[in-house]
Unconditional design. Structure first.
Length: 140
């Protein structure tokens, strides 16, 4: 199965949120603005984001979304589906996180929960595994 990245100007697939990344060098000052943004990261997730970057090697661009996903399911999301997406995200970030960042995959294309349209990649893996990744496509 191929997962195609979508265009941001497609109103049916508009992103649910956008992670803001500051361009300063200190990790705390970079994660702080993302975490302090109202509603962008669940309570306590800031520390998880910093740990993910420092100890887990998660690309900074994905740290806040990854920490938010770990914190709990999106409103209205089935708990079992959330747990699968969380596990799939961990496996994806371990194997493909750095490559995805280098290829330019925006955080929304990986982590946006499904609503009335397809969700981000981690919600579509469904217990499978990404076996190939390009700048436009993930093969599951």
């Amino acid at each position: 199965m191929a997962y195609e990245r979508f265009r941001f100007d497609d109103p049916k697939r508009a992103p649910c949120y956008t992670a803001t990344i500051a361009t300063v060098h200190d990790l705390n000052s970079r994660i702080g603005p993302v975490c302090s943004k109202s509603g962008s990261v669940a309570a306590g997730a800031c520390e998880r984001a910093a740990i993910a970057v420092e100890d887990g090697g998660i690309p900074f661009a994905y740290a806040a979304a990854w920490a938010n996903l770990q914190a709990g399911p999106p409103v209205g999301m089935d708990h079992t589906r959330w747990m699968q997406a969380r596990d799939d995200a961990a496996a994806f970030l371990d194997k493909w996180g750095v490559a995805a960042a280098r290829l330019g995959w925006p955080v929304q294309h990986l982590f946006d929960p499904p609503r009335d349209w397809i969700g981000g990649l981690v919600w579509e893996i469904g217990g499978g595994a990404v076996v190939a990744l390009t700048d436009r496509q993930a093969i599951i």
